[in-house]
Design a protein around this ligand. Structure first.
Ligand code: SPD
Length: 435
């Protein structure tokens, strides 16, 4: 009897706990985004706005990552219940192909305006369609920010010509002053484009084909090139490179356009001049997009959050604070970026025909000519393992100069300590004998 009573009690407690946690979970939104990728105050404002729109309370649990693959592994292997994550293009492709994403359902927005549909750029929509010809990625994802991969450089030490080629990351003139993004796909693509210049020029291969090239031959080529660069590398950085550039610890950084915009502004405030260039050989264009993983537990709030991020005033604030460019093609967003002192550029590909000559920062929005020499990265499926192992070989095969210096200093100090203490022991013995 006692046993039955206890079991009933446990079952009742479990029932209450489950009911409670399910109820609580409806008021929680778990967002997993890149670090430094949202303006201050936006999350609090979303919580208020959600209450106004739905009458329901919501608490955003906001977590950040610096590396796409780390985020993916938490979902693929850990089955974490994030409601919303913000991977890059090739990771969206991987998640889509492996059935890890839920389709977006705009019906949950009810009478709230759909900022997503209103402001989507035709350019971004097209890029999404290229992700997977069989499944339209637009049904599963909404782009957040986008940009290019290029070179941030210190104009006091590096000329525009030197920065106009990927060869710069191997240039001995800048040894010890070069930063490389710790993002294997973002480094592999541009380096392969550089190494395959002849084949690209002769038409033997296209930029798009190179984005799928995970052959052993190409991996070996890139590995060999990166090993040649390595002695000059000051650091492999996930998110600190922009600051290292403003502090002049490095003069060259293989980086993303958004970090360039942030670094250029911060550096100017302390009298350091930085610039950014997408090398002539070509590069990658990328975007990060909101997706709802299949383990999500609050898809309604997730959809509202994406919608809020697409509201033009919110998109502008996020852009201004992070340096990155919203994938939002509202005219209001374009107008917020116009600077009459700049040369006009052609942004019709992004904002439509009326934007064929607009005075906007070309680092933020690349001119059509730059876009034409860039391509989108694609998922390699199981071959990704080969890339990650190549990356470990490159990064792990030599102890960095700074680590060597620290080890040397420790050894010198230890030897000095033993010599001095042995000497003073001897002296003490001698003086005792004399007494
Ligand atoms: N600090 C936020 C950085 C986000 C940049 N995403 C770029 C990904 C390119 N694959």
């Amino acid at each position: 009897m006692n046993k039955i009573f206890k079991s009933l009690l446990c079952a009742a407690a479990l029932f209450c706990a489950c009911g409670l946690s399910a109820k609580d979970r409806n008021n929680i939104l778990k967002v997993y985004n890149w670090s430094d990728y949202i303006a201050e105050g936006v999350i609090d404002e979303f919580e208020q706005w959600y209450k106004e729109q739905t009458g329901e309370d919501i608490e955003v649990v906001y977590m950040t990552f610096d590396v796409n693959e780390a985020m993916l592994s938490k979902i693929e292997k850990g089955h974490e219940d994030y409601d919303l994550v913000c991977p890059s293009d090739y990771i969206i492709e991987r998640m889509l192909n492996s059935g890890l994403l839920l389709p977006l359902d705009y019906a949950v927005l009810g009478s709230t305006p759909n900022y997503i549909a209103e402001n989507r750029s035709p350019y971004i929509e097209k890029m999404f369609r290229e992700i997977n010809p069989e499944i339209d990625a637009n049904d599963y994802s909404v782009a957040y920010m986008w940009g290019t991969t290029g070179i941030i450089y210190n104009t006091g030490y590096v000329s525009a010509e030197e920065a106009s080629t990927w060869d710069i990351i191997r240039n001995p003139k800048f040894a010890g002053k070069i930063l490389i993004k710790d993002a294997p796909r973002d480094v592999y693509g541009p380096v392969l484009i550089y190494l395959k210049q002849k084949e690209l020029a002769s038409g033997e291969v296209t930029l798009q084909e190179l984005m799928y090239d995970s052959s052993d031959e190409s991996l070996a080529l890139v590995q060999d090139y990166l090993l040649q660069c390595k002695s000059g590398v000051y650091g492999w950085e996930a998110d600190l490179g922009k600051e290292q550039m403003t502090k002049e610890r490095a003069y060259v950084s293989l980086n993303w356009s958004g970090d360039a915009v942030w670094a250029i502004e911060e550096a100017a405030a302390v009298g350091v001049e930085l610039d950014y260039c997408v090398p002539e050989e070509g590069s990658t264009v990328w975007f990060d997009g909101w997706v709802i993983p299949k383990y999500a537990r609050n898809t309604k709030a997730a959809t509202f959050f994406i919608n809020f991020m697409c509201r033009p005033d919110i998109a502008i604030r996020n852009m201004e604070e992070t340096g990155y460019v919203a994938s939002n093609a509202a005219w209001e967003v374009l107008e917020s970026q116009i600077d009459e002192e700049l040369e006009p550029i052609d942004l019709s590909y992004f904002f439509g025909p009326d934007a064929s000559s607009v005075r906007v920062d070309p680092i933020l929005y690349p001119d059509r000519a730059v876009i034409e020499r860039c391509a989108l990265e694609h998922d390699w499926g199981n071959d990704t393992e080969k890339l990650l192992s190549m990356w470990q070989t490159v990064k792990g095969s030599r102890t960095s100069t700074s680590t060597l210096v620290v080890i040397l200093v420790v050894i010198v100090c230890a030897v000095a300590y033993f010599v001095i203490s042995a000497q003073s022991k001897k002296n003490r013995k001698r003086s005792r004998r004399r007494k």
